[in-house]
Design a protein around this ligand. Sequence first.
Ligand SMILES: COc1nc(N)nc2c1ncn2[C@H]1C[C@H](O)[C@@H](COP(=O)(O)OP(=O)(O)OP(=O)(O)O)O1
Length: 166
Amino acid sequence: MLLKKLYTLVFLRTDTAILLGLKKRGFGCNKWNGFGGKIEPKETVIEAALRELYEECCVTVKPENLQSIGQLEFTFEGDPMMMDVRVFSATVFEGTPIETEEMNPKWFPYDQIPFKDMWLDDALWFPYMLKGQPFYGKFHYQGFDKILHYSVEELDSMEQFYLKHK
Ligand SMILES: COc1nc(N)nc2c1ncn2[C@H]1C[C@H](O)[C@@H](COP(=O)(O)OP(=O)(O)OP(=O)(O)O)O1
């Protein structure tokens, strides 16, 4: 039986660049990624996304400015736990990103996203996120450096997707 754990992943964007953080510890250490983490008991997904964003780079976003843009499911060969990652983007935010214990943030122009220093899956779903296309991706890894199989599907909207997948 597959167990499931919920995570958030938030990307701040401007017209010309995307904010990534270099993870300094734990899962995905030394990879560039969005900001996020586990959802605490009694927290909503949105509350968790905003909390993790603030904890990891000291930027605040109002809930109404957080756009749900994708869902990612990651499984790893031999591990019964599925990571269910809710992906968000925001273009309206307050504060200047600063380095924290967990992340070192940096703005990357869209043509300089450092895919070779990111999770392998990112190159496969970023194009959807960058064009604002809602998506649903599933990735099955062997270890952390090989994807055995995957799919990425375009969605009409995240709201409709979550109504069907409650
Ligand atoms: C496997 O592929 C992945 N790709 C991408 N782009 N992001 C991923 C992948 N797997 C997990 N993630 C994301 C999901 C979360 O945003 C983080 C992992 O969260 P973390 O384990 O750091 O959770 P925290 O609650 O912050 O953990 P601690 O405070 O206990 O360190 O990576």
